[in-house]
Design a binder for this molecule. Structure first.
Ligand code: SD4
Length: 330
């Protein structure tokens, strides 16, 4: 009942601002008396989310912490050389260097992140070490690598033969035109709600293929690539980082859930905002993808994307690790 009352009070406060809230949504919220919480639950981006979710589920189903689950889950994708967009085997930048971005956030709003990190197979674990062992939130480039080595992480070559050959072929034209849903689907974002009702999230990527060296996407930026508010919900993003950063995408999704919108509606509104912003700048988004995933405190989940082709994996007591196609805007 407490939640419902709080929602009602929030609605009353928002009523003055009819721009911010529509009436039918308010009615729907006031009628939402369900106290049912679906937990544990883990969701993650793209088809590789299935394998990653399975790893996270082992921890969640044994009453483990969401933070441990999301770290363990995305590590599976990071270590897989056949996933050409995350960690080991990821496509390099235009100089042939595999540079990794990752961030992690827990239920206490502890945050850790690494950007443009090279040679470390598990950037998410380095991000967690930044969170737990330094007074900082983000480390980048050489500093991040030095910190990782100091923490005992092993220096490795992450450029696989396949990635190197493809990059050399790309160099012949050096045409920078990422293919929607192929070179572009470069990120695993994972969100979990554990048996204690706590949320955490992780996000890790090799970024956009053949990017400029030093380019950092949305994925290591807390609030852009991923965000958790243990009172409300969590969100993660995938797709063209430059557009996601512009609206601080994942934070926007969480704030929309705070206003009472469902996870899917919140993701949709964030995608709409990106499209509206591009229109103002006369920029076409026809050749890029944007996707958001979100869960709220009740364990409800949702996603939305700019164009067809984005899916996400859900593992909960109700859904046995399945891929769901997100709805698209254009
Ligand atoms: C980036 N958002 O570096 C990442 C890439 C990605 O699907 O997720 N692509 O911009």
């Amino acid at each position: 009942m407490a939640t419902t009352r709080r929602q009602f009070l929030r609605l009353s406060a928002l009523a003055g601002s009819f721009m911010a809230f529509n009436k039918s949504k308010a009615v729907e919220l006031i009628n939402d008396h369900s106290e049912k919480v679906i937990k544990p639950i883990v969701i993650s981006t793209w088809r590789f989310g299935i394998q990653a979710n399975a790893g996270a589920w082992k921890i969640l189903s044994e009453k483990g912490r969401a933070l441990d689950a999301v770290e363990a889950g995305v590590k599976i994708t990071e270590a897989d050389p056949n996933e050409r967009s995350v960690g080991y085997g990821g496509r390099p930048d235009r100089d042939g260097r595999v540079t990794l971005d990752a961030c992690i956030m827990d239920e206490f709003s502890n945050i850790g992140s690494v950007a443009c990190l090279e040679h470390i197979i598990h950037p998410i674990a380095v991000a967690r070490a930044v969170m737990e062992k330094t007074p900082h939130a983000m480390l980048s480039g050489e500093g991040a690598l030095a910190f990782a080595l100091d923490q005992g992480f092993k220096k490795e070559n992450l450029l696989t033969k396949t990635s190197e050959e493809e990059w050399k072929a790309w160099l012949k034209t050096s045409e920078y035109k990422p293919k929607v849903n192929i070179e572009n689907h470069d990120t695993i974002g994972m969100l979990a709600l554990d048996m204690n009702g706590n949320l955490s999230g992780a996000c890790t990527t090799s970024g956009i293929a053949y990017k400029m060296h030093g380019r950092i996407g949305d994925s290591p930026i807390i609030g852009a690539g991923m965000y958790v508010d243990n009172e409300v919900g969590a969100a993660a993003a995938t797709g063209q980082g430059e557009e996601i950063i512009r609206i601080v995408g994942s934070h926007t999704v969480v704030e929309l859930m705070r206003q009472g919108f469902s996870p899917e509606e919140s993701c949709k509104k964030a995608v709409e905002r990106i499209l509206a912003s591009a229109k103002k700048r006369n920029k076409s988004l026809s050749d890029i993808q944007i996707g958001f995933i979100a869960i709220n405190k009740k364990g409800q989940h949702g996603a939305f994307c700019l164009q067809k082709g984005f899916n996400y994996a859900v593992y909960s007591p109700e859904i046995n690790n399945q891929l769901i196609n997100a709805k698209n805007l254009i």
